[in-house]
Design a binder for this molecule. Structure first.
Ligand SMILES: [Zn+2]
Length: 152
């Protein structure tokens, strides 16, 4: 999923569940900020590694129990992983979702595209249209909020 859409999901979750939008945004950004940086610097070969590993649940669960901000951080991180796995499966590359088990398992033939190349091939894929739906939902929420404020 494209990075801005992860942030849009975080905003929608914050509105819906009254969690800290700031901490949701941090959690939603963290996997890509960590992993894209590591891959761009040549530390790792793949763009889904430590920040996208489901094994981090051992850290996310205690963080989630550390108050509402910790819960928002963990939820933001978890929704990022789920959204990435969902779009990969939807776009017909289910074995790439094995990134969730990194470093114990790795996808056998990962796409391994840098962010801009990924974005170019991703446009008009089935998951891209799901993202359009997410942005439409966010626009509807913003419009509804504006109308509510104007009527008060
Ligand atoms: Zn990601």
């Amino acid at each position: 999923m494209l990075f801005p859409t992860h942030l849009a999901v975080a905003v929608l979750l914050g509105r819906r569940f009254r969690l800290s939008t700031a901490w949701l945004l941090v959690g939603a950004a963290l996997p890509d900020v960590v992993d894209k940086s590591l891959a761009t610097l040549g530390v790792v070969d793949l763009f889904h590694t430590v920040g996208h590993s489901g094994l981090l649940l051992v850290l996310a669960i205690p963080v989630a129990y550390h108050g509402r901000s910790g819960l928002a951080l963990a939820v933001g991180w978890g929704t990022h992983l789920l959204a990435d796995a969902f779009q990969i499966v939807l776009n017909g590359r289910p074995t790439d979702a094995l990134f969730l088990g990194w470093p114990l398992v790795v996808p056998p033939t990962p796409m391994a595209l840098p962010p801009l190349s990924f974005a170019r091939q991703y446009l008009w894929s089935p998951a891209f249209f799901v993202e359009l739906g997410i942005w439409a939902a966010l626009a509807a929420v913003v419009v509804a909020d504006r109308r509510r404020r104007e009527s008060e």
